[in-house]
Design a binder for this molecule. Structure first.
Ligand code: NAD
Length: 357
């Protein structure tokens, strides 16, 4: 069987610490379960940028696009690089360059005690956000005029194409269809953003017509935040633009026990054979870096999503069970109520998974 080439980029801050544990998991699958995984370790990130100016070389980008099946990315962002030059080149180089238009972010609580909402339990927190990943305000179009003067003007353009909006919305409905969900919500701000989000509103109901068994529900994003806190159980699939998806999934992570618990996938959803990129939702958390404090569970759940993408969904379920046990037995890091370090939590998860084979 041909091997799946997996590019591994630990990145900055806590990235290398959590990806070291996630890499042990991939090695376990490769060495003990004979999964055909070929790990390709890449030295890219802030350290490399500060050493020789390298961000995301074309030959690496080309090989990832042509040969890799998946990328595992830690996080990017380092206070020594305030302009985030390397982070933009790498992260956007992958998301935009590989046209990974759907950022899929499950919001699922693994244990009741992690849910901070009054009278809500883990069963109330199980939804998935489809965030548009290649357009919106993140494309970097715009500019500054009269910078540093009292008359300064700063503009960021919000780019929304019919193609981009339609394919993201369709990815959300396809997911709902595959998983037997009854509703898809679309969150926008079409009352204020009359041009861009009127497009989202119109396209949402057009695409919804193709899925008669699924209720299509529109919600303004500000109201969505209110409803999420009041009762997250009313949501199954949420589709939204790049900026809103980024924000509401941090809110969602709070329902899961924090950013150390949230994994994600970046995919070209209409063609699962194409390379996809997997990353925990969290950033590089500089204050935690190098202290063995970072929670590795988000990275384990992220590897689970990767294994489903590669055709082994039962392994994602196995990894999730081990993560749930780590939380319930308090064999976890401080942010989720345990007393273990990153490495020791990784040890527990690896031994649980190994034991369950
Ligand atoms: N995709 C990415 O690479 C990505 C995403 C978000 C932020 N960033 C970058 O990361 C840097 C820090 O950003 P931030 O502070 O806004 O977000 P962050 O996600 O790094 O941290 C937010 C909060 O969550 C906590 N946290 C995050 N991950 C954790 C983990 N694994 N275990 C325990 N606690 C965890 C942090 O301690 C902090 O309190 C910035 O440079 C930012 O640009 C990168």
């Amino acid at each position: 069987m041909a091997k799946h080439l997996i590019a591994v980029l630990p990145g900055d801050g806590i990235g290398p610490e959590v990806i070291a544990q996630a890499t042990r998991l991939l090695e376990l699958y490769r060495d003990e379960r004979d999964l055909p995984l070929d790990l390709w370790h890449l030295d890219l990130g802030a350290d490399r940028y500060l050493k020789d100016g390298t961000t995301y070389p074309k030959e690496i980008a080309d090989r990832i696009a042509k040969e890799a099946r998946a990328v595992l990315l830690g996080a990017l962002g380092d206070p020594r690089v305030p302009g985030l030059e390397h982070a933009k080149d790498i992260l956007f180089g992958m998301r935009f360059g590989l046209d990974l238009y759907a950022n899929i972010r499950p919001v699922k609580a693994l244990a009741d005690r992690l849910v901070p909402l009054k009278e809500r339990t883990a069963k109330d927190v199980n939804l998935v956000v489809f965030r548009e990943n290649t357009e919106g305000i993140y494309v970097g179009m715009g500019g500054q005029f009269k910078r540093g003067t009292p008359d300064e003007i700063a503009i960021n353009e919000d780019v929304n194409t019919r193609k981009g909006v339609e394919r993201l919305i369709r990815a959300g409905f396809e997911h709902a269809k595959r998983h037997g969900n009854k509703t898809v919500h679309m969150a926008d701000k079409s009352n204020a953003m009359r041009h861009a989000h009127e497009l989202w509103y119109r396209v949402f109901f057009e695409v919804a017509n193709e899925y008669p068994g699924i209720a299509a529900k529109h919600v303004y994003v500000d109201a969505l935040c209110l409803y999420l806190v009041q009762d997250p159980s009313q949501f199954e699939v949420i589709v939204t633009c790049n900026l809103f998806g980024d924000i509401i999934t941090d809110l969602g992570a709070a329902f899961q026990g924090g950013l150390g618990m949230a994994g994600s996938a970046n995919v070209h959803a209409s063609d699962p054979a194409r390379v996809a990129m997997f990353e925990p939702v969290h950033g590089s958390a500089p204050p935690l870096a190098g202290k063995d404090l970072a929670n590795p569970i988000a990275s384990f759940l992220t590897v689970g999503m990767m294994l489903t993408h590669l055709g082994w969904p039962e392994e994602e379920a196995r990894i999730e069970r081990a993560c749930t046990k780590a939380i319930i037995d308090k064999q976890c890091t401080k942010d989720v109520g345990g007393a273990l370090g990153t490495r020791a939590c990784g040890d527990f998860l690896i031994s649980e998974i190994e034991r369950s084979f």
